[in-house]
Ligand binder design. Structure first.
Ligand code: KG4
Ligand code: ZN
Length: 340
């Protein structure tokens, strides 16, 4: 029994063939990093056009690698929410077309559920019930998770996502795109205490986040308050490293503090962390220090399952087991209401 999963929520075109026991038979991913690099952020129109060009070769590659024929597939699953409208529509149309042509049931995937399911896929013990933290380019949110498909929203960013703040700080320092890996690489040689950046909302009792003010604080540290002219500023490598390390420390402090407080408030002893920013070494390190101090169970998604991929679409098996299929008029839902 094998499932074809399709993922096009943002700027990765991905497909995978996964068995009911989680065995990955085939997986292909076409990243668009180079296409968006000069804009230092994902340009939705470029993303959707690139998905159109890549979706069939990517599905073909995953199927070929798996050695499966379409007739052997149990179902076709696709992430239809949340994400960029033009990107989602390419995956959803491809999945619906193949489901119709190959006469296979269709399954819808919530991309955020899939990000946390990546944690379950990264360990052998059950991660539920848990507090789930999703930190990516588009999301920074906390959930109470009872089961793979049962998540309740506790709070999230009211402005920028953590990953977006990493990307924008990298852009200010001309470190390329995506910014997270570049900032964390440089931060490794910097002093996290060099700049006293704010820890927005860290001590507020709610579970919302805000990173746009922190981004502005970094900007002021680079060019000075009220100034725009990045071109006039030349920074040496040590200063850049200190800025990166101090910024990263501020983001990580907020994430770790709020996630552990959520566990305490909800009487839970497990924390799962997924999404692109979960690849950040300082976040991983600080979480594991906190884990040792407080004795909770921590599951961070494996590196290759942190950023967008189709393998985490294995969550669709949870729906297939419940016979929870989508109809062929499945639509995209780009923006969920806050949290959903
Ligand atoms: O989950 P993802 O691939 O896409 C979204 O669903 O948004 O996350 C991409 C984000 C980008 O903002 C990228 O800069 C960030 O994850 N990221 C990192 C690191 N690696 C990727 N942020 C901080 N540190 C990293 N090592
Ligand atoms: Zn994502």
């Amino acid at each position: 029994m094998s499932l074809l999963t399709i993922e096009t929520t943002c700027d990765e075109t991905a497909a995978a063939v996964i068995d009911a026991d989680g065995t990955v038979r085939g997986s292909a991913i076409a990243t668009q990093e180079r296409l968006h690099e000069r804009f230092t952020g994902v340009v939705p129109e470029i993303a959707s056009r690139a998905h159109v060009e890549r979706i069939l070769p990517v599905i073909d590659a995953a199927l070929t690698q798996s050695g499966m024929r379409p007739s052997q597939l149990t179902a076709i699953a696709v992430a239809n929410t949340p994400g960029l409208a033009g990107s989602l529509v390419v995956g959803v149309v491809a999945a619906k077309t193949l489901a119709m042509a190959w006469r296979k049931p269709l399954v819808s995937i919530n991309h955020l559920h899939a990000h946390l399911y990546a944690c379950q896929m990264s360990t052998s013990h059950s991660v539920y019930p848990c507090i789930g933290l999703i930190v990516s380019g588009g999301h920074t949110s906390l959930y109470r998770c009872e089961a793979p498909l049962e998540m309740s929203y506790l709070g999230g960013t009211i402005d920028d996502a953590a990953g977006e703040a990493f990307d924008k700080v990298a852009a200010m320092l001309r470190l390329g795109f995506p910014g997270g890996p570049a900032v964390s690489r440089l931060a490794a040689s910097g002093d996290p205490a060099a700049y006293a950046f704010p820890r927005p909302m860290m001590n507020d009792p709610h579970f919302d986040f805000s990173f746009s003010g922190l981004k502005t604080a970094v900007r002021y540290a680079i060019v000075g308050p009220g100034k725009q002219d990045f071109d006039a500023v030349v920074l040496d490598d040590a200063t850049k490293a200190n800025l990166c390390a101090s910024f990263q420390a501020a983001v990580v402090d907020v994430l770790v503090t709020k996630a552990t407080r959520a566990m305490k408030r909800h009487g839970l002893n497990q924390l799962c962390v997924g999404g692109g920013v979960a690849a950040n070494p300082r976040l991983r390190e600080q979480l594991s220090i906190e884990q040792k101090r407080k004795g909770f169970r921590l599951t961070i998604a494996e590196h290759e399952l942190c950023t967008d991929n189709a393998v985490m679409g294995a969550i669709a098996w949870e729906k297939i087991r419940r016979q929870d299929f989508a109809s062929l008029d499945l639509d995209i839902q780009p923006g969920l209401q806050r949290g959903y």
